[in-house]
Write a protein that binds this ligand. Sequence first.
Ligand code: DMJ
Length: 650
Amino acid sequence: MYRIGPIGRKSNFHSREKCLIGLVLVTLCFLCFGGIFLLPDNFGSERVLRVYKHFQKAGPEIFIPAPPLAAHASRDEDPHIMGDRERLQQKIRAELGDILEEPQAAAAAIGVAPPNEAADAEPVPVAQQEQPVEQQQPPLAPASAAQPDDTTSNNNNNAAYAASALKLPMGMGRELEPSMQEKRLKVKEMMEHAWHNYKLYAWGKNELRPLSQRPHSGSIFGSYDLGATIVDGLDTLYIMGLEKEYKEGRDWIERKFSLDNISAELSVFETNIRFVGGMLTLYAFTGDPLYKEKAQHIADKLLPAFQTPTGIPYALVNTKTGVAKNYGWASGGSSILSEFGTLHLEFAYLSDITGNPLYRERVQTIRQVLKEMEKPKGLYPNFLNPKTGKWGQLHMSLGALGDSYYEYLLKAWLQSGQTDEEAREMYDEAMLAIIDKMVRTSPNGLTYVSDLKFDRLEHKMDHLACFSGGLFALGAATRQSEHTDKYMEVGKGITNTCHESYIRAPTQLGPEAFRFSDAAEARALRSQEKYYILRPETFESYFVLWRLTHDQKYRDWGWDAVQALEKYCRTPHGYCGLRNVYQQDPQKDDVQQSFFLAETLKYLYLLFSDDSVLPLDEWVFNTEAHPLPIKGANIYYRQAPAAQPASNVS
Ligand code: DMJ
């Protein structure tokens, strides 16, 4: 590409001057125009303006009372719904006072707030949140007892309409015994520390370098201003009741977040789990249409990657040109199982809230390809060529390159309200093959899951595979079958082994990968496996096992980890990973990963919260720990009232 330099350019002072004058005039106009919008508070009565704004937001419902709720959502039957509505009504009463007496009375009489008003209502103040859960969040009925159609009927949108007016209360949770409350508050303080330093030194960039006190541009999202830490961390702020910080993040997303006009080569997988997943959770929590729009905007940018002969997407897509490709290093142009197999939850939910079936169709195609493929020994290799539809190298793993594919099989079934039987069957088949061919016990009785390369077991476990303790246990807890006990035994065993990998290091933090040999058990042997980058997987399993067993040891292990994070990873300006967990005084890596805010701190916080905070029979966590609602069991599912034709974006 050639550019004409200053010497070759014809000088033209007249047009430059004209440009300058034009610029000055445009700036002046802009200032006058802006002034008009800044002034209203100063003229006329503020009260009139407030009423005007409320009328604008509320729409016709403010005059026409909302229709009655579906039977199952009545005040008497569902105290969970009642609690939320009462809070919303209180909020509206406090805000509007005498101004809108009549419509409010009408809305209150039928037990529902005017929907648009409620959708825009401020979150419940943090001070009100630490109430006994009996008054706040009694659990909903399990999936089997729920009636999804009541909230999604096309003929009568009333229930869906009511659901969209609901907001998950911020910072919810039962009053805890003082020691647990203290632990929970400690994790919250860690989140504040991570967030405030990101805000101070890297706001709008993707991640923070705490030691250098500047943005981390080498992250997977590069130096583009995508605010990865904001989008990834926002639901954690919401759950913790960090209202001011949450609002800052929401505001940034509204004003700044867009993939238009940037030419970034994005990972389909990472963008999906962090950005689409993050936005979807925020939409479920708040009903704020901003998040639904953003989720769809991002997903649409990923769609060109699915244009392959098989429908298996490429790994990378350019947001401007739509050109997609795979990583050069991935087995002869293959796509990666853990990447193309970890889209299902987000795309299926996106179809349901937008009414556009396209997203679900895309992931269903992936499911069908995988279902019909012949599986060597019943296992899924990590690589699949999207053009030929053939497996690449026969490497199998529950760690890197494989992990979350298996996770999404179980979770797609859970998300569907346990109706997607195909997903559960595929999960059971895969996990039984893994137990048979890859799960092993060390001479000293530690259960681990090896990688399998062709016919050879590599007795090594990635830190990434530590999530599978929780996955096996969740599989056991959600269906009673002949495999239940085995799943639970393996789940507990793997979680115990991951804990061992932590406590065998002087830092009490686990390495990136650990091996089992005559020389060592649950220990990294190679220097490039000794780092810890603030990963969440072990804590994720502690959290799931705690919820399922209430065995105190999982909370104790989590608390030990909090102390280790504080001792070794905390710096005055955020949290860093470690280069070698086996050193007494390890060097820090100068990166505060966005998943530290999205996952690590969230799982630790939930570990010390009571079971009513995001109960596992109402929420399913995507692989980046963004909770998504379970269909039919969760009033925040917010399904769109009517299906629309497939968009032509593809
Ligand atoms: C996260 O981005 C997700 O959990 C992903 O599935 C794998 N690894 C990282 C955190 O370790």
